[in-house]
Design a protein around this ligand. Sequence first.
Ligand code: T4K
Length: 400
Amino acid sequence: MIKKTYVKDLAIFGGIPAFDEKLYVGRPNIGNRDRLLERINDMLDRRWLSNNGAFVQEFEQRVADYLGVKHCIAVCNGTIALELVIRALELKGEVIVPSFTFIATAHALQWQEITPVFCDIDPKTHTLNPWRIESLITPRTTGIIGVHVWGQPCDIDNLREIADKHHLKLMFDASHAFGCSHNGRMIGNFGSAEVFSFHATKFINSFEGGVIVTNDDELNQKIRLMKNFGFSGFDNVIYLGTNGKMPEVSAAMGLTSLESLEEFIKVNQHNYKCYQEGLAGIPGVSLFPMDVSEKRNCQYVVLEIDESQTMVNRDLLVKILHSENVIARRYFYPGCHRMEPYRSYFPHAGLLLPETEKLSQKVLILPTGTSVSETDISQICQIIQFVVKNQITNSKLSIN
Ligand code: T4K
């Protein structure tokens, strides 16, 4: 471990970086490599590479069983999963979504010429604030998409109540929330449907991939048709569709990943505790809490940097960490409403999103997962502690 004693020891001032190799947020967990290769060999022997193969069917069943949900439909990525549910639910006009989310949530709507209406978040949970929704409802509103950011479930009960009161469809982008629960029930069971991403950077991954889960038989049938061009048997297209199929190799990785689920969660929870200890007492640095009474995957280690206390601004801290080879991230800076095409469409959207604007200036995500060790975490925490203690500011940077 490299100890930083003097300010000049920081890599940004010419010191030796704390890490020889870059530490990334979202470094994939690999799981049992032999088992994966065995599956890939099986797949090659069978010469069945896509189109509802044996691994896809097994993956769908395993995910459905784990979540206790009736239907699971595997698809090629989380974005297509969102697009399919949006279309199957016949959302149109305007749909209420948070701006504090990955851009795919908004794009999945706009791609289908549906207007995402950005709603502010609750600064405590980082998810949609239900009490801000009603004022955004217009005669064109058809639905609400909640996002369980960082695996923190939305205020599901109040969202349900508001959706029912206004006859709106409710669905969830649960991309971050595989393995998480709400009131003891697994995420995946709420709204008309929920969507998970199994992108390489998620703690359970299928290289690229995602699933749609629902307890609605009709919706399940519709989405199954839609993800395969609308084919119902050879030569018979009965619906408008696209190509949303998950390939077998992805399902092979997904199955292998699932077999290590408990181990990955344990590693993430242990890492979280190490961060908790290492960051304790640093003024202005708070760790997004983990609710121990519910299931949590802890795949994101989320800090909020309160500059009025740290005296170090979040962006500078990110820069300093990057120079030490810790590739911390600013998800979801600057918020969807400040990204194209939305910032051109709605240049004043920020006026209604004060909490989103504040939070996206404060959030910093640190590396976790199976590629990060206890020693790495201890080193990262020491750097943060050192930077705050020495009040490294932009002016100090420009002097040196
Ligand atoms: N909704 C929400 C709430 C989401 O967070 C996401 C995806 C979606 C919907 C859409 O689901 P997908 O269509 O993606 O299935 C990443 C991911 O690409 C994205 O999937 C994820 N959310 C988002 C939160 O993070 P970026 O912008 O961080 O860049 P990316 O993926 O290039 O890489 C992140 C870091 O991970 C890199 O710095 C290096 C490391 N990395 C990445 C890959 C792919 C590796 O070490 N190995 C790898 O194989 O988006």
